[in-house]
Design a protein around this ligand. Structure first.
Ligand code: ZN
Length: 251
């Protein structure tokens, strides 16, 4: 609750502005030999890429955005390369797209994550471990806790980064609630490596591949388009909100 009030206050005080056009790094999770979660032939890497490519199309058609991709095909990209690509291509926002899995087959719904070095509970810690485990594929390693990336963030920047990322998650969640008839679960914090990108960043778990009904639904191209559209709406709202706040602060 304290974080909630703090975030409200801080959101209106920050002068953080987004450049126009906004450069959005879209990060479809997994790829190549790293399939992510899987139910029969339905693979997380394919669902994530499907949504990512639809999102790319939507952003390309809007002059306020420039879409960038960490991968555009079924390629393996290490976890450390993903935020690096965002930095190198001067991305303003980072959106990582995944699908969830749980031993409880009835688990379903979308979840939104922003970074924290400490998982908010045991379940999110398990999820973070699972997503972070793709570092072991092909021996690519993710930097330890004290990376250069972390060291260049001052406390304030880090705090701002967290609050902005939380706001981004909130607007994405609202867009999903409005546009998609799915039980949207929550916004959570977890220590995902990809969320260390130093720009406002969100990780979306679209739904549960481990739930057979939801896996089939996620695999449909019409679902993937709807989800991409919801993400696009959330990004637009985030830009509008920041533009308004910035205008107020500089006037
Ligand atoms: Zn994943």
């Amino acid at each position: 609750m304290r974080l909630f009030f703090l975030s409200l206050i801080v959101f209106f005080q920050f002068s953080f502005a987004l450049a126009t056009p906004v450069r959005v790094m879209i990060d479809p999770g997994h790829g190549g030999e790293d399939h992510g979660a899987q139910y029969q032939e339905i693979k997380e890497k394919t669902v994530a890429l499907g949504v990512a490519l639809e999102l790319k199309k939507l952003l390309s058609a809007d002059k306020n955005f420039v879409p960038l991709m960490t991968r555009e095909g079924d390629d393996f990209v290490s976890l450390s390369a993903r935020p690096e690509k965002a930095i190198n291509s001067k991305a303003d926002l980072f959106v990582s797209i995944h699908a969830n899995s749980s031993p409880a087959l009835e688990a379903k719904g979308t979840e939104f994550y922003f970074e924290n070095q400490v998982a908010s509970n045991e379940e999110t810690e398990l999820l973070a471990n699972r997503e972070n485990n793709s570092k072991n594929v092909k021996g690519n390693s993710v930097p330890d806790q004290n990376t250069d990336l972390e060291n260049i963030m001052t406390d304030l920047n880090h705090h701002e980064h967290m609050i902005l990322s939380q706001q981004l998650c909130q607007l994405l969640l609202e867009a999903f609630q409005q546009q998609i008839k799915i039980k949207t679960r929550s916004i959570r914090q977890a220590p995902f490596h990809v969320l260390l990108a130093p720009m406002p960043s969100a990780l979306i778990e679209l739904g549960f591949i481990s739930n057979p009904g939801e896996a089939r639904w996620l695999n449909e191209s019409v679902t993937q388009y709807k989800m991409a559209k919801a993400i696009y709406s959330g990004l637009r709202r985030f830009k509008e909100k920041l533009d308004k706040t910035h205008k107020k602060n500089v006037n």
